[in-house]
Ligand binder design. Sequence first.
Ligand SMILES: Nc1ncnc2c1ncn2[C@@H]1O[C@H](COP(=O)(O)OP(=O)(O)OP(=O)(O)O)[C@@H](O)[C@H]1O
Length: 313
Amino acid sequence: MAEQTTDPLTGLTEPTSEPVAEVLARAVGVTRRYGDVLALNGLSLDIHAGELVGLLGPNGAGKSTLINLFVGLRRPSAGRVELFGGSPADPRLRRGIGVTPQETGLPSTLRIGEVVDFVAAHYPRSVARGALLEQFALSGMERRQIGGLSGGQKRRLAVALAFVGAPRLVFLDEPTTGLDVEARRALWDGIRHFHADGGTVVLTSHYLEEVEALAERVVVIGEGRVLADGTTADVRGIAGVRRVTLTADALPDLPGVLSTEREGARTHLLTADADTLVRALVRAEIPFSDLEIRATSLEEAFLTLTAREPQAA
Ligand SMILES: Nc1ncnc2c1ncn2[C@@H]1O[C@H](COP(=O)(O)OP(=O)(O)OP(=O)(O)O)[C@@H](O)[C@H]1O
């Protein structure tokens, strides 16, 4: 049933349009400078309750800076940042978030159980230790010392700690960097579990397959600005790049080719205009076979979007 509102003046009741999910974190025209470096350049972004958002962008795009502003570690040089409708500097509001920065150093002599309990003690409410460790494939390891853990186990623990205080909103800065496939999948499961229970997640990643596997919404950031914001399919569409694959001995110069890659007998050409490219190919009258045209992966779209940026500036 549609929700209704009552006009305070007329007393008339009207159905409202679709209920809009609450905004948990908001950046409005945010600029952040570090000396001469412009890390964020008038960026605006809303994170809604229940979303799983992937922030994607090359090194130095401004992703970590944005997270640091949302979690109250830094202040914007200009513009406004809100957390749960208030200031990220307010410690009461910060209790509603969980964070795993890009690098974490945990004391090597402490045991996993001790670290989890220590973090839990900072929150009014916390999740059960056993369940948390199970979600991040660390079950039965409570008594293991941090110093003796593998890199993957340490990272899984660091990420699990973001969830200890039963947060509404979690920020994960490159959660799976340096992990092998198995450890990465264990982490993804933990993140998915939290999200399936209604939790909101913002994560940055260089692994495009990770963003495709986890996120419903992708925000591509480049040079401190939002370049694209949509579903993974939208982002591919915005880039509009096609991959044209064919078998040919040698190819002439063709119009609109963004990149060329050879794989055995096959040649892959990336282009924003597959029609023009194929026409030029036919006109060139060189023998080719097994022509195939398909949409690009998110990785290819991402590279095209970020490569375009200097020309747009
Ligand atoms: N504390 C700082 N002092 C000076 N410059 C900084 C500082 N932190 C970030 N920067 C600069 O701001 C820009 C944005 O950096 P940021 O770490 O936010 O990017 P990023 O997208 O998270 O990159 P990465 O993917 O490499 O982590 C970069 O040019 C970086 O060198």
